[in-house]
Design a protein around this ligand. Structure first.
Ligand code: AMP
Length: 217
């Protein structure tokens, strides 16, 4: 079983690594940010409700996020494991996740903390472009797409995330320090936390992650 959580500040490369892990172990990549952006894109009731909060870099209400994850964890594709990316982001969410998992006789096995200093994050997020179709992330400096501003896979024009504007990035980082750093300590005390240097090249980080997770079962 591979029940994995990715933790780290915005722009650390959690999503990129989560996609590799999802492929390697054939387990679903559950990104709460992608789920919310998808709802916003579809202009659903939930999407309209969270739009302003997400675009400003604040956190969506814990109860709402827990309800979303609860529903997602009832899907059959999580039977052999899952990789959570962007959840839990507060201690209250971490506690709620423990309860949810206990109810379905599962537990968190690996928490991968991708550590990157603030100045590097700000640079990275301003250079980030994402594919609006598949969510793949690029960096115009260190990891550009093959064709000018087009996704390598979907061939649609890449976009800048609304919450990657410099003012909002600082907001998100402050929220991360206040609310998410304690979650790292929460898992450190449980001895399931693995810290990875997220300033290393993507392939190096990937090797380290796969080393920690061990071979596919
Ligand atoms: P991300 O793509 O993980 O950076 O998430 C983008 C935005 O979605 C965050 O800045 C929050 O506004 C919202 N969001 C995603 N996951 C959560 C969560 N677990 N709790 C609260 N808000 C969240």
């Amino acid at each position: 079983m591979k029940n994995i959580i990715m933790l780290g500040p915005p722009g650390a490369g959690k999503g990129t690594q989560a996609k590799f892990i999802s492929k390697e172990f054939s387990i679903p990549h559950i990104s709460t940010g992608d789920m919310l952006r998808d709802e916003m894109e579809r202009k659903s009731e939930l999407g309209r409700k969270v739009e302003e909060i997400v675009n400003s870099g604040k956190l969506v209400d814990d109860d709402l996020m827990v309800a979303i994850i609860k529903k997602r964890l009832t899907q059959p594709d999580v039977a052999n494991g899952f990789i959570l990316d962007g959840f839990p982001r507060t201690i209250s969410q971490a506690r709620a996740l423990d309860k949810l998992l206990e109810n379905i006789k599962k537990r968190v096995e690996f928490v991968l903390y991708v550590e990157v200093p603030e100045d590097i994050l700000v640079q990275r997020l301003s250079a980030r472009r994402v594919c609006p179709k598949c969510g793949r992330a690029y960096n115009v400096i260190s990891n550009p797409p093959r064709d000018d501003n087009l996704c390598d896979v979907c061939h649609v024009p890449l976009v800048v995330r609304k919450d990657d504007k410099p003012e909002t990035v600082r907001n998100r980082y402050r929220v991360y320090l206040d609310l998410t750093l304690p979650v790292i300590e929460y898992y450190r005390n449980r001895n399931v936390l693995f810290t990875i240097d997220g300033t290393l090249p993507v392939e190096k980080v990937k090797d380290m992650v796969l080393n920690i997770l061990g071979g596919a079962e």
